[in-house]
Design a binder for this molecule. Structure first.
Ligand code: AMP
Ligand code: MG
Length: 531
């Protein structure tokens, strides 16, 4: 294997390290990170790697197939120039300040610059304990690692800002987990994912420093972030520079959430330690994809009582999280007004971005004020009977004006989980079929006003409405097979998700709606934070 990594290690070089170098759990004050070595494991194997992420790092597919690659990206071989560390951060978990969290099972190997002058941080998830592991073991299991690996790459190919995944490896060790927290712990295969991003700085990195009153360090981290990750802003130490940083994070976060809503992605654990300062999707835990459209749905069983992180609440939670970031930056600005103003833009940015995104999903050239009624009606129409969100938009794109009769819903039956149910009546006595048809007719009238041909409208819609998403049950099939040592489905899903908007022959089954057996199966519709 040829590795010509050019390590820059900007974070570690610029910011203060924990002076303690022994690896035991502790509060780490006055520092942004702690140096720590990954565990070595006896018998690692590579399950899959992403060619595209490898290419960003200057690695060829043949490099990724090598034994050395497996050793490096399970943490067994530290290359010259690597300077492994775990980051210190805090966070608000489920709405409450949780104090110091930190990279409990993530270890940055180093940061490189590629031949296009792009910077990438390489981080192993599941490579052993760190000073931030608290009571846990620093490890990860295959099931959650398959999910993180596949979904990171799927999100990227959907065009959604995300951390990337280079590799998925088995450590060769067993890890004990109580998957449902119901007193049934059992050993599972241990795994490591190498994640890649320009930076893994989270809202929580700022929050912990603010909470501890470490204002000078907070300033250093904010200046570092501006200098290296928001290069068009000036890191001149003025309050304005930090307000500008905050405004940019507001904007990036709003854009990211709009993208999640577009594809029906539910993160599942939007704690502030899981919010990237770059507006990337980060930390794939008990995430899920809407199958039947239900704004109240969350895949995370740990959150089932309050459903704080349900699909429809993600925009509001992101705003709440941004408020926590504003509070953390306040000591550098010392005035609430500019932060409040910047935060106030979130609602406008989100609303206008969402309107535009929804217009695009419907194949309209632009959003008009009067479309509010159409969009409101859509939300209702999707909930009249269990409707697969992904398939609905694909079938809607194919809705033929020519074949239109007075029963357009007959062209969308493939999107319904119980097609017969549309012949029933709602609680208020209305015919479901008629209700859906009314919406479809109003939609067609509006679409026709754009003067696009059917083909143009279909193409437009299919470019933003994916056919293939990382459906929960598909990931579970891949996991079940991988647990038996068969990695074919992991690899085939990875390949399918590279072209999520295009029909792929022979892969029709990956575009199917959730089968009945998956409705209540653990891992498919129910996930816990245990990973
Ligand atoms: P998460 O909910 O996955 O974002 O994790 C919240 C915090 O718990 C983070 O600080 C993680 O690093 C830490 N954590 C989660 N799982 C483990 C584990 N198995 N070992 C050590 N720390 C963990
Ligand atoms: Mg996390």
């Amino acid at each position: 294997m040829q590795t010509n990594f050019q390590f820059t290690n900007r974070f570690a070089n610029a910011l203060p390290a924990d002076s303690e170098t022994e690896n035991f759990c502790r509060q780490v004050e006055g520092a942004c990170y702690s140096r720590v070595e990954p565990l070595t494991t006896a018998n690692p194997t590579c399950v899959a790697f992403s060619e595209e992420t490898a290419e960003l790092l200057g690695l060829r597919p043949e490099d990724c197939g090598s034994e050395e690659f497996t050793q490096i990206f399970t943490g067994n071989k530290i290359l010259p120039g690597m300077d492994p560390f775990a980051m210190c951060y805090g966070g608000h978990q489920f709405g409450n300040w949780a104090g110091q969290l930190g990279d409990g099972r993530a270890i940055v190997l180093g940061e490189i610059i590629n031949n296009k002058k792009q910077h990438f941080t390489l981080q192993l998830k599941g490579a052993g304990p760190t000073p931030y592991s608290r009571t846990a073991d620093g490890l990860a299991v295959l099931r959650s690692s398959v999910r993180e690996f596949l979904c990171s790459e799927a999100m990227h190919h959907l065009g959604i800002p995300t951390t990337r995944a280079l590799s998925l490896t088995l450590s060769g060790n067993q890890v004990v987990r109580d998957m449902l927290y119901d007193g049934n712990p059992k050993p599972e295969p241990g795994a490591v994912v190498c994640r890649v991003s320009e930076s893994f700085i989270r809202f929580g990195n700022f929050e912990i420093l603010a909470a501890r009153g470490e204002t000078e360090l907070l300033r250093q981290l904010a200046d570092f972030t501006i200098t290296h990750h928001f290069e068009h802003l000036r890191a001149d130490g003025t309050p304005e520079s930090y307000v500008n940083l905050f405004s940019e994070v507001v904007e990036k976060t709003a854009s990211m959430i709009i993208e999640w809503m577009r594809v029906g992605f539910v993160h599942g654990v939007m704690n502030t330690d899981n919010m990237s300062i770059l507006g990337e999707t980060i930390d794939y835990g008990p995430y899920g994809w809407l199958e039947n459209y239900d704004p109240d749905w969350t895949p995370n069983t740990t959150d089932s009582a309050n459903r704080r992180y349900r699909y429809g609440q993600q925009p509001a939670i992101a705003q709440w999280n941004l408020l926590q970031l504003a509070n953390a930056l306040f000591p550098l600005i010392k005035e609430t007004k500019p932060l409040e103003e910047a935060l106030a833009h979130y609602a406008d940015q989100y609303q206008s971005g969402w309107n535009g995104m929804m217009a695009h999903k419907l194949g309209l050239l632009s959003f008009r004020e009067e479309d509010k009624t159409l969009l409101g009606g859509l939300g209702k129409a999707l909930q009249i009977t269990e409707t697969d969100m992904t398939l609905f938009f694909r079938l809607l794109a194919n809705l033929s004006h020519e074949k239109m009769n007075n029963d357009p819903v007959s062209q969308l039956l493939g999107a319904y989980y119980k097609p017969d149910e549309i012949n029933e009546h709602t609680d208020s006595g209305k015919n479901k079929r008629n209700l859906i048809n009314q919406w479809l007719e109003s939609y067609v009238r509006r679409a026709q006003s754009e003067k696009l041909s059917d083909v143009e409208r279909t193409d437009r819609m299919n470019s933003v409405n994916p056919l293939y998403v990382m459906r929960n049950y598909l990931a579970q099939i891949a996991i079940d097979e991988a647990t038996e040592g068969n990695y074919d489905t992991v690899r085939e899903l990875l390949d399918t998700m590279r072209r999520p908007y295009s029909e792929q022959r022979g892969r029709e089954s990956f575009a199917e709606k959730r089968p009945e057996w998956a409705r209540t199966k653990v891992g498919c519709s129910m996930l816990s934070c245990s990973s």
